[in-house]
Design a protein around this ligand. Structure first.
Ligand SMILES: NC(=O)c1ccc[n+]([C@@H]2O[C@H](COP(=O)([O-])OP(=O)(O)OC[C@H]3O[C@@H](n4cnc5c(N)ncnc54)[C@H](O)[C@@H]3O)[C@@H](O)[C@H]2O)c1
Length: 260
């Protein structure tokens, strides 16, 4: 668990993809900072995950919501729940839910990607962060404070043969979304940034074959995969009051495997 940077404990945060991996580590850090946390996920286990987090000493209970972010009406339902729960909207939005298509542990060749699969990956990884931002920015604007952190990927920063073309395009798109929203809403106390992890030990990265994983580790100067808490620490900083002058940026957290 990260100690964490200065953060107003009364602040509220929505973390998508909070049932596992990086999203769960992010939610744990915010809870430890005393914030009000809502985790959302397509996986109904998100309720059990949140219930398990209630045991943390002195921490506020974590709320959970099931939504498939590929479905706009479910996404709008999540935005509505966020508004109801936090008196109009959240202070911090972390767009972490993401998917990557694999076939037998390998990425699918661009010429074999089906239109429906391309659209699904883009909807979850890129359209959902846009729609949630669109829905939740107005209340941030009214409060004159907001933090949006988008979880991109090294695959959106440079070529990665291990990632699919749909995944790479969706994550690169997040960088453009981040810059545009960052520039537009900076005058209102809202910052928008990206974190681009390299390979991190989670369920998502374990869908790669052993051969792909071994090659990935070889290409990481730090010599190992990242841990979810190492991504969460950077997200906590970007969400903090201390990061008010940082917007439209993409922070690479990849053990040195890509230095942009
Ligand atoms: N693990 C890595 O190596 C790595 C590297 C770079 C970027 N990332 C990014 O980090 C983020 C978190 O991934 P992770 O590694 O923790 O994987 P993960 O699979 O553990 O977590 C992703 C979460 O998103 C949820 N999710 C998937 N589709 C959804 C949908 N339609 N609606 C709502 N929730 C949905 C999943 O149920 C899961 O809980 C993703 O955006 C991923 O692209 C991961």
């Amino acid at each position: 668990m990260n100690e964490g940077p200065p953060m107003n404990p009364t602040r509220s945060v929505l973390v998508t993809g909070g049932a596992s991996g990086i999203g769960l580590a992010i939610a744990r850090d915010f809870q430890a900072l005393g914030m009000r946390v809502l985790i959302a996920d397509v996986n109904a286990a998100v309720h059990e995950v949140a219930a398990g987090m209630k045991d943390m000493k002195g921490a506020q209970p974590v709320e959970a919501h099931v939504a498939d972010l590929a479905d706009e009406s479910q996404l709008l339902g999540l935005a509505e729940r966020t508004r109801e729960l936090f008196g109009g909207g959240c202070d911090v939005l972390v767009n972490c839910a993401g998917v990557s298509q694999k076939r037998k542990g390998e990425s699918i060749a661009p010429t074999e990607v089906l239109t429906a699969d391309w659209e699904r990956v883009l909807r979850i990884n890129l359209t959902a962060p846009f729609l949630l931002s669109r829905e939740l920015i107005p209340s941030m604007k009214a409060r004159k404070f907001g933090r949006i952190v988008n979880i991109a990927s090294r695959a959106g920063r440079t070529f990665s043969g291990a990632a699919g073309v749909d995944y790479a395009a969706s994550k690169a798109g997040l960088l453009g979304l981040t810059r545009h929203l960052g520039g537009t809403y900076a005058p209102f106390g809202i910052t928008v940034n990206c974190v681009a992890p390299g390979r991190v030990e989670t369920a998502l990265s374990s869908t790669s074959s052993a051969a792909v994983l071994a090659a990935a580790v070889q290409a990481i100067p730090v010599g190992r995969l990242g841990r979810p808490d190492e991504i969460a620490a950077v997200v906590a900083f970007l969400a903090s009051d201390a990061a008010a002058y940082l917007t439209g940026a993409c922070i690479d957290v990849n053990g040195g495997s890509f230095m942009g």
